[in-house]
Design a protein around this ligand. Sequence first.
Ligand code: BG6
Length: 520
Amino acid sequence: MNDSSNLDELLASRASHGRRQIEPCTVVIFGASGDLTARKLIPALYHLALENALPTPYRIIGFARRDKTDESFRAELREALNQFSRTKPVNEEVWTKFAANLSYCQADISDAAGYRKLKELIDRSGDERLKTNLLFYLATNPSQFGEISQHLSEVGLLQKCENGGCMQRLVVEKPFGHDLPSARALNAELIRHAHESQIFRIDHYLGKETVQNILTFRFSNSIFEHLWTRDTVDHVQITVAEKLGVGSRGGYYEESGAMRDMVQNHVLQVLSLIGMEPPVSLEAESVRDEKVKLLKSIRPMSPADMAKNIVRGQYFAGEVDGEARPAYRSEPKVNPKSNVETFVAMKLWIDNWRWSGVPFYLRTGKNLPVSASEVRVQFKPAPNILFAARSGVKLDPNSITLRLQPNEGITLRFNGKVPGAATKLQPVRMRFSYDSEFGAYTPEAYERLLLEAIASDATLFIRRDEVETAWDIVDEIRDSWTGRPLTNREFYLAGTWGPTAAEELLAADGREWKNPQPVK
Ligand code: BG6
């Protein structure tokens, strides 16, 4: 095994392990009349067809209650594609071929007869493989996941495979539960009919190129990885900011708030990729093992720590980019006395060898001044003896900022000398920009995720213990808010960076948030 060619072979086989060949596949979308299908799933599948990335042959079947024919279903989706496609105009030739693979199964999710009809439809496929290699995309309310999988199992469309050799998969959308007990109950329902290896839990952040690039950046470059430790890093900031308010989603948001809507999934996923140890291979299980380990290393907080380290906020009426925004409590379907948080900032400690003593500051919110997601790794300051001592100025600490969206890129910030006789220092930047390096190639997260699910590669999906660990963290924090209505200092003006308590959280440690810059 010391022989380097053997080692190369081993690494190559590890890298490809778990990813099967893309076989002909039938994709069945439950909830096919919904928003997600029109806005995300069909545009993503169309783009995969456009790039010749789908297997040959393939079929897509929409399953929903509304009365439609194949023709009217296709016509509706064509309309939606005109609106939501990331490339325009829609390529007629590709669409015509794509549409020929699309059909509709009108049925009620609770009606066993509907699943028999679906089975007949699938059994009529010309290619044998389309009858067994089945991807069920559950774009429905999570309360229906159990029922759908039970019906699928009863008609023989879903078989539970203990050895992972099965061709049927379930793709499930968030929210995956609303707390740990409900997530466990949902998992228990799903695993009655499918093995864990057949369940693909979506977090669309994992489909984003820049989020995937976190591992590439960390583990394919020798110059950065050894800086990624408590010896050099002062602290890490993760900001997932949105300019939008809750808009028409008030009903949903009242049940979720920022903690369940963003922190439990997207923010903790980004944190786990930034902080995890190198996996032994790129195999799904190795990567996910490391992510779970990281989440499990987050230090539990006492009630006193939580009061100090967690800031929640709710927006009141203000302006974003000169546009008036109503207060959260005046949004449609929101309780006028609601205490739901539209902003969270927190300080977490990761109790492992690498990160001991390094604070991680996380924040996310709606109606903030900029829509941007960024990770900033800030390094310890240089010793205060040479330049700083001489000029008496505080030197800017070095940092690496991973801009996840928009204006995707990575910036390294360091100090440079301003040309001239005086010793004047100024922070300068080196920047890698996705657009200038690779052109404006920005596939939608769903394209990648659908392709991975079709290929049965679970790396970019959330494993059961991952989802449960994340709920454990979030539940503990949410529990600390029970019975505590928002106080005046927890409100923030729409269009600002959250309540002042969020600034104070860092100020108490002698630090400050670095706000993501808007795209010019
Ligand atoms: C979703 C949340 O999961 O992610 C939304 O439910 C949020 O509230 C969205 O707006 C953000 O996703 P993106 O890709 O626009 O950053």
